[in-house]
Design a protein around this ligand. Structure first.
Ligand code: OGA
Ligand code: MN
Length: 298
C-alpha cells in the first residue's frame, strides 16, 4: 500500500478512521489517528509507516499532558534528555525529557528557549555524536499569527544536486556546530571561538543513508560555524554556500501554521526545520521530546 495515494480515510483498528493525508509539498502528511493516548499497536504500525513515507507528521486536536507526551514519544524509542535551557536550568523539574520552547516569562524569567525571533534552518542536537533521530513538538499556546515552522526534505535536496556536485561531496565529513542553539543563543558552558575549524561540535558524514528507508540524503545540520573536515576554510565555506543554496528553494519545503493541540513529529535525519519570528507581546508555548538515534551512517 502506498500512503502517498491516500486521500480518503481508510478503516483500520477499533473502528477508528485512519488516514495519512499528504501536504502536497515535498514532505509532510497530516495523520488522522484519533486520540494518540489510546492508539493501539496496529494504529501505531500505521503511524510508523506513514512517518517513514512522509518524514514529518502532523496530528491535530490532541490533549496531552507531559507524561502522556513522553509516553507516546517512547513508542518510537528511548528518549534523550532535553538540552540545557537558555536560562541555565537543566530541565523541567522531574521531567528531563521535556524541552520547553517558549517566549513566555514568569517573574522576568523565560520559561523556555528560543525566544520570539526567527530560528534559522537546522536539525536538532546534531552537535552530538549520536543525535536524536526524531523530535516531537506539541503546541499548548500559539500566537494569532507568526511563529510558523517550515520543514525541508533532505532526500529531495540531495537528489536535486547536479551529479558533478554529488561526486565532489562524496565521502566528505561535516562538522555540525555546538556553539549556538537554533535561536542563535550561545549554549551553556561554551566558549565562542568564531572559527568553524576549532569550534565545538560533532563530525558526521555529509551524505548519509537513512537507516529505515535506505534513501540517501544531505546531512547539513545548520550553516553557522559548519566546516567540511580536511578542506581549506575558504574552500569549505564556498562548498557549503553552494549546497545551502539548494536548501532555500521553496519546492523542497512545507510550512506549518500551528493550532493549539497540534503535535508534529519530524525526522531529524532527513529533514531540517526553521521558525518565523512572531509578536513578542504574544504567547507561544510548545513542549518537545527528542527520541534517541544512532550514529549517522554514511
Ligand atoms: C525545536 C524547534 C521551532 C519552533 O523545537 O527544535 O526548532 O517552531 N522549534 O518552535
Ligand atoms: Mn529545532
Amino acid at each position: 500500500m502506498t500512503l502517498e495515494m491516500e486521500t480518503q480515510p481508510i478503516k483500520r483498528n477499533a473502528g477508528a478512521a485512519f488516514a495519512a493525508i499528504p501536504t502536497g509539498a515535498a514532505l509532510g502528511a497530516e495523520v488522522r489517528a484519533g486520540d494518540l493516548r489510546t492508539l493501539d499497536d496496529a494504529g501505531f504500525a500505521y503511524v510508523l509507516e506513514a512517518w517513514h513515507a512522509h518524514s514529518v507528521l502532523l496530528f491535530r486536536g490532541q490533549a496531552l499532558s507531559d507524561p502522556e507526551l513522553i509516553a507516546f514519544s517512547r513508542r518510537f524509542g528511548d528518549l534523550d534528555w532535553a538540552p540545557v535551557q537558555e536560562n541555565g536550568r537543566r530541565f523541567v523539574e522531574g521531567m528531563p525529557e521535556i524541552y520547553i520552547v517558549s517566549n513566555v516569562k514568569v517573574n522576568g524569567e523565560a520559561i523556555g528557549s528560543l525566544g520570539d525571533g526567527e530560528a534559522a534552518w537546522h536539525t536538532d542536537m546534531s552537535y552530538l555524536d549520536v543525535p536524536p533521530k526524531a523530535s516531537m513538538l506539541y503546541a499548548l499556546e500559539v500566537p494569532p499569527r507568526g511563529g510558523n515552522t517550515s520543514f525541508c526534505c533532505m532526500y529531495s535536496i540531495y537528489e536535486a544536486l547536479p551529479s558533478d556536485l554529488k561526486a565532489r561531496i562524496e565521502g566528505l565529513k561535516i562538522k555540525h556546530d555546538g556553539t549556538y542553539n537554533s535561536g542563535g543563543y550561545v549554549r551553556q558552558g561554551v566558549t565562542v571561538t568564531g572559527d568553524p575549524r576549532t569550534s565545538p561540535g560533532a563530525l558526521h558524514p555529509l551524505v548519509c543513508t537513512h537507516p529505515d528507508t535506505g534513501r540517501r540524503l544531505l546531512y547539513l545540520g545548520r550553516r553557522r560555524n559548519a566546516y567540511l573536515a580536511g578542506l581549506d576554510l575558504e574552500e569549505s565555506e564556498a562548498l557549503l554556500d553552494e549546497l545551502w543554496s539548494y536548501v532555500a528553494r521553496p519546492e523542497f519545503a512545507w510550512e506549518h501554521v500551528w493550532r493549539a493541540g497540534d503535535l508534529v513529529l519530524w525526522d531529524n535525519r532527513c529533514t531540517m526545520h526553521r521558525r518565523d519570528a512572531f509578536d513578542p507581546g504574544a504567547r507561544r508555548i510548545m513542549h518537545r521530546t527528542q527520541i534517541k538515534g544512532e550514529a549517522r551512517p554514511a
